[in-house]
Design a protein around this ligand. Structure first.
Ligand SMILES: *Cc1c(COP(=O)(O)O)cnc(C)c1O
Length: 391
């Protein structure tokens, strides 16, 4: 078996068989000439199938150890299309601090089509069991979750789902197959916002889905073609270029994230650091058994909102933006960015407060980031004093 790192570069698509070109050809054709009235070729129309998109679909299927991959125009298109496997009257059990767009889809769109849901803390298997209904058809897991980095036991949830003849969907955006492979742990559908680590350069919006079961693959392929939210060929090519360096990027970023998490963890103005690589994280052991690392995303709660505002104003290196998983570090404010779609009461219930920041660590030197944060925190200290900073 070739290692994951080598598979990123040496695979069926390493060169173009027609020319030897060491880059997957971009086929912009929307339609394909058929030479015979009785026998059509493999490709007919690019919504249904296109050689460039297919190369990416094969690539992600192999990296996730599935049988079929599907590329979509965004992570939300992948997630929404996977939800179309459900029918009216079905019920979904879903991680409570799920990505804001997924929250919006399930609460405001699917609810109109008679698809029911229950949000649960997926780290607590007992509450998952209690939420099961006769019509539960999907267990939807995001692990580590966004933005509180809660870790769900993929194997345990998948087993529970199988007992109840339901499917397990796992959003693997935060870790990618370089660190975690949900299909090998029993999940049925792996979902990605390829906009993030897989592409890695903040320059493309894309989504992917992978399945292992061939029948499920047929169904999802049918839905991809029916709904039609496919990825364009230029973007498919960009995602493939990004994936080649996935392993080195995520290893470097994860090592830096771990250093930064430890720095923030001891800082007096930081109330709490959420990172599954810290030994005080409640699912530290689970994370180290089900995944090969802790990833490059962490969140931290500051003393109060004033300290946060001052920190964001004074920090120099990271971009302050939505999104994650890029070569440059990205600092985001979940309450007003990724989770703006979630009403304030729901956010507060989940611990997504107005003093919480999420950091996606990029490829800068970790010491530069630590110095930058240290300096910005020092400047924020006054707000902790003037506000009383009660702990
Ligand atoms: C960004 C993100 C999505 C949505 O993906 P888009 O490409 O923005 O549509 C879904 N899940 C997670 C965990 C994400 O971070």
């Amino acid at each position: 078996m070739t290692s994951f790192e080598t598979k990123l570069l040496h695979n069926r698509h390493k060169f173009d068989p027609a020319t030897g070109g060491v880059s997957v050809p971009i086929h912009p054709a929307s339609t394909f000439h058929q030479s015979n009235i009785d026998q059509f070729g493999k490709y007919d129309y690019s919504r249904s199938s296109n050689p460039t998109r297919e190369a990416l679909e094969d690539f992600i299927a192999s990296l996730e150890e599935g049988t079929r991959g599907f590329a979509f125009s965004s992570g939300m298109a992948a997630i929404s299309t996977a939800f179309l496997l459900l029918s009216q009257g079905d019920h979904v059990i879903i991680s409570e601090d799920v990505y804001g767009g997924t929250y919006r889809m399930i609460t405001e769109v699917l609810s109109r089509y008679g698809i029911e849901h229950t949000f649960v803390d997926m780290t607590n298997l007992r509450s998952v069991e209690l939420a099961i209904q006769p019509n539960t058809k999907v267990f939807y897991v995001e692990t580590p979750s966004n933005p509180l980095l809660k870790v769900t036991d993929i194997k345990a949830i998948s087993e529970l789902a199988k007992e109840h003849h339901a499917l397990t969907f796992v959003d693997n955006t935060f870790l990618t197959p370089a660190i975690q492979k949900p299909l090998t742990l029993g999940a049925d559908v792996v979902l990605h916002s390829a906009t993030k680590f897989l592409s890695g350069h903040s320059d493309v919006v894309a989504g992917l889905a992978v399945v292992k079961d061939e029948k499920l693959g047929e169904k999802l392929g049918f839905l991809q073609n029916s709904f039609g939210a496919v990825l364009g060929v230029q973007d498919a090519w960009l995602v493939m270029r990004g994936i080649k360096t996935l392993s080195v990027r995520i290893q470097q970023s994860s090592a830096s994230a771990s250093k930064i998490a430890r720095f923030l963890d001891t800082h007096p103005l930081v109330r709490h650091v959420y990172y599954p690589g810290l030994s005080h994280h409640p699912q530290y052991d689970l994370q180290s058994t089900q995944a090969k690392g802790s990833g490059a995303v962490l969140s931290f709660e500051l003393e109060n909102e004033q300290v946060l505002r001052s920190f964001v104003e004074n920090v120099q290196i990271p971009v302050f933006a939505v999104s994650l998983g890029a070569v440059e570090s990205i600092l985001s404010y979940p309450a007003k960015m990724s989770h703006a779609a979630m009403p304030e009461v729901e956010r507060k219930k989940r611990g997504i407060t107005n003093s919480l920041l999420r950091l996606s660590v990029g490829l800068e030197h970790p010491e530069d980031l630590i110095n930058d944060f240290s300096h910005a925190l020092q400047k924020s200290e006054i707000h902790s004093v003037t506000q009383g900073g009660a702990r």
